[in-house]
Design a protein around this ligand. Sequence first.
Ligand code: GLA
Length: 405
Amino acid sequence: MMCHSRHPSSLPIPVLALALLVTMGSTASALDDGLARTPPMGWNSWNALRLDINEDLVREVADVMVEKGLKDVGYEYLVIDDGWQIARAEDGAIVVNEEKFPSGIKALADYVHSRGLKLGIYSDAGALTCGGFPGSLGHEYQDARTYAAWGIDYLKYDWCHSGNQSAPDSYALMRDALSEAGRPIVLSICEWGTSRPWLWARDVGHLWRTTFDIRPCWDCGEQTHSKNVLIENFIGFTKILDLQVDLEPYAGPGHWNDPDMLEVGNGELTYEENRAHFSLWCLLAAPLMLGNDIRDMTPEVHAILTNAEAIAVNQDPLGRQGRKVRDDGDLEVWSKELADGSRAVVLFNRSEEEKDISFAWPEIGLPQSLSLKVRDLWRHEDVGAFEGSYSARVPSHGVAMLTVR
Ligand code: GLA
């Protein structure tokens, strides 16, 4: 099925051996490539706009990322999700939907770069994308070269219509294709956690989805399989959160668990729920891909998405994924070790009423005897020094987000 051959048999043996050595060398260090040393941050068209995308939108979003201060706090990649492609030409080249993108992707990349941002694009390891447009199967090297020629910086690579393909092999093939194309491109693996990519993807992609698609709701949907066939594939953010437990050891600089893009500002999420979703994604060291229509957001949503103190927790250079350290039913304590030895803490109240949540220093890995300074990252104030433990009043479906140092 695959038309690409990495080591054409027409080459003489010494050349083949050399090519093999070079390939092996580059593959072994493929993802120690300086990209995504902290979780990637940006905006993606899918959650808010689905297939309703075009080049004017991309330019407007680039402008808004700069003008509304999103770029300044770290949002960098502007990713065009499914629906930019339409067909394959006779020579196999991917054909851009000209009605939506009449100037072509290269011109858009130039524009996005001129605004100091990076451009991402979407394809699929199978024959078709999830939206039914041409996927990259059999065209991996050709597509990678096209993306590099256009100036693409990030590829989200999906898993629809992949039949019996092996996920590790399919994604490694695109990794090698991107590497050969010679442009630094972040590889975002989107196979929904089906084959437990945290076990194999560390040297293949820079991030990998751990679940099916997020929905802008508190706890809607179910993630269920039957014999590897998807039954229901959309889940609310608290259900996604629950599926991140125990994945902490697999994340680190250059290789991140991806609990899917943000739904802050979308659907039925309340102010407290939006703040909880964002705080927890920051604590998880999740990629922060904005999923709302940033051209039209409320001041509250803007304030959540640009909370530089919460973002600093997400982007902390140690690159630890935070973990749940206590679960009292509806009341949870999550903690993330930071590079300076301090901890970020999220107190999460899933109940229907305001509640006090307390924790002791040993629960977040610090000695009981210390007097520690607590800072509230949503109130933006130091709340004082405390001996041994701390307690905060937390709204229903809300959080307190703190640093303890
Ligand atoms: C899948 C992915 C989504 C999105 C759509 C596009 O569902 O998981 O994030 O990219 O495909 O069709």
